[in-house]
Design a binder for this molecule. Structure first.
Ligand SMILES: Cc1cc2nc3c(=O)[nH]c(=O)nc-3n(C[C@H](O)[C@H](O)[C@H](O)COP(=O)(O)O)c2cc1C
Length: 336
């Protein structure tokens, strides 16, 4: 069986090799539900939530507000101290998820200032205590998402520590904290991490289609891929990649893309109430990007305040497009 036909095993679970990585504010519950229309067994990550937020009443309710159909789901947490992790972990486990992921790759200033996210990669002693405690508390699959390092590269050292603490798998986004999401990810670092540990290693960074996944595999040998910005306004992306990796064609008609956009908007309104219209502005430009007159419609609809205006605008826009099959429209900007 070829690499692309085989699933990846993480702990006691197996998944197809393409997974939806965490994008804060983008890969939320409405988006994940839409992904499930195309991909039923792929692993989806939640957005990162701090352990204290999950433990709080309101924060916990919001973070754990997802549907069973979103599973298999990897619930991502951030942590800055070994104390007080039990209540949040208990809540997550009681709600029912398939895996828990610790994010030690987040580069955001407020996150690293508090000692969590990628700041933990610069403090292996504190990280080790946190990992050991979490391993004790998490009876299900436990994974960690790392970067190349904080200010300097130490991903291999951290990956070995993660493995030694009994973690089931890791994902590496091979950029330093200082590089945030820009520049080319360093696949050489990902290859070194893969060679240094025996637990499964997933790659995150600039994998946007089957061609880039294949190239990344050849350069790193990783076990699977977290698709981040490549998923933006493309809930069908995992299905597309899976089909292409099997040598099959995958296209969407314009009316199917329109249908995705409208379903996405409805789902956001259901989840967030009227605020959903405002949240949908992040997705709308990517649904229409690449089509004729997209920029004029984007300007018009991204300030629209009525749901009807947005829906009618989208319906009219797609009706005026030249009929064509598409699987490349709406590429999210990878330089973000
Ligand atoms: C808007 C945005 C939000 C993100 N939110 C998270 C997050 O909540 N947790 C996380 O581990 N990584 C987060 N990331 C990083 C991505 O998961 C991913 O590692 C990175 O974007 C590189 O992969 P890509 O090139 O496929 O997007 C975020 C990235 C972006 C651009």
């Amino acid at each position: 069986m070829s690499y692309w036909n085989k699933p990846v095993t993480i702990g006691n679970l197996t998944f197809p090799r393409f997974m939806s990585g965490p994008l804060d504010g983008i890969t939320d519950s409405p988006f994940r539900k839409l992904v499930r229309k195309f991909s039923t067994d792929e692993l989806l990550y939640t957005e990162m939530r701090h352990i204290r937020c999950v433990a709080s009443k309101k924060g916990g309710e919001r973070a754990l507000d997802f549907a069973s159909l979103e599973r298999p789901l990897n619930f991502q947490i951030s942590v800055n101290a070994v104390e007080d992790m039990e209540p949040a972990i208990e809540k997550i486990l009681a709600r029912g998820v398939d895996c828990i992921d610790l994010n030690i790759g987040c580069p955001a200033k407020n996150v690293v200032k508090s000692g969590s996210g990628s700041a933990l990669m610069a403090d292996p002693a504190r990280l080790e205590k946190i990992l050991k405690k979490l391993r004790e508390l998490i009876p299900i699959v436990f994974t960690v998402k790392i970067r190349s390092g904080y200010k300097s590269i130490n991903a291999v050292e951290i990956a070995k520590l993660i493995q030694d603490c009994g973690v089931d798998g890791l994902a590496v986004h091979p950029r330093l904290q200082t590089e945030r999401f820009m520049g080319r990810p360093n696949y050489g670092v990902a290859a070194q991490v893969k060679a240094a540990v025996s637990i499964p290693v997933l790659l995150s960074g600039n994998v946007v289609n089957w061609k880039t996944a294949k190239m990344a595999y050849e350069q790193t040998g990783v076990d699977g891929f977290l698709i981040g910005r490549g998923m933006w306004a493309k809930p069908w992306k995992l299905k597309e990649m899976r089909e292409h990796s099997q040598g099959r064609e995958f296209y969407l008609t314009q009316s199917e893309i329109l249908d995705c956009a409208l379903t996405h908007l409805d789902s956001m309104l259901e989840h967030y109430g009227s605020h959903g219209l405002y949240c949908f502005r992040k997705h709308l430009p990517f649904y229409i990007k690449g089509f004729t007159h997209a920029s004029a419609l984007r300007k018009e609809l991204c300030v629209a305040t009525s749901v009807h205006e947005v829906k009618d605008g989208l319906i009219g826009f797609f009706a005026e497009q030249e009929p064509r099959l598409s699987h490349t429209a709406g590429m999210a900007n990878l330089s973000r």
